[in-house]
Design a binder for this molecule. Sequence first.
Ligand SMILES: Cc1cc2nc3c(=O)[nH]c(=O)nc-3n(C[C@H](O)[C@H](O)[C@H](O)COP(=O)(O)O)c2cc1C
Length: 208
Amino acid sequence: MKIVAINGSPRKDGNNAQLLEVVRKEVEAAGVEFEVVQPGANVHPCMACYNCLDTGSLRCVMDDDGVNDIIAKCIEADGILLASPVYHSGIAGNMKCVLDRLMLAAACGDNQFHHKVGGALCTLRRSGGSETYHQLLATMDCMEMVIVTSDYWGVAHGADPGEVLSDTEGVEVAAKLGRNMAWMVKVLAESKVPVPETAHRTMTNFIR
Ligand SMILES: Cc1cc2nc3c(=O)[nH]c(=O)nc-3n(C[C@H](O)[C@H](O)[C@H](O)COP(=O)(O)O)c2cc1C
């Protein structure tokens, strides 16, 4: 059983990285593996070629920035935790690049994320946390995922690297999210109730 966390910060050892270590402690204590992947700033945006959807390759045609490794790890994982800094009241641009490609590629044919556990966290200096947290949730909200929450929105405050650890409440919220995600991963793994089948969705638009 494994949870993969995507750290959307371009900064090494920044606030998201340090908050994810809080989550790691809880997840590993529950006996679930935890891996953080950090794509960094040099990732391409989706170029809307639709090759992933047309071929069902579960990969992006742009193969030179590590995003395909992240796609593969997320498809393998039992849970996915999305973490991002708040940039101008939304997710960081590089995280948006990754999530657009990840979600499109994973939705090839039968959605690869159906009934995986999902959770989200963001860090910020002051404002825009709720918008960003909900933006992260929204990317999973159309993937038939089992979204897990904490007892408050997944938002923790800190500007310079490490400051987030002084946000006692934010740290507690993150820790609880980790415990809840690990628990749900185990519940689903041990459940005798089979997950419902998923099926390819008929895509329509509003002109026909
Ligand atoms: C381009 C940019 C935009 C930012 N916009 C916001 C913002 O809208 N609201 C806010 O509270 N903090 C904002 N911040 C601060 C970061 O969200 C904050 O420092 C965060 O904890 C960084 O996380 P990291 O250390 O994991 O990169 C911004 C920082 C950058 C570099």
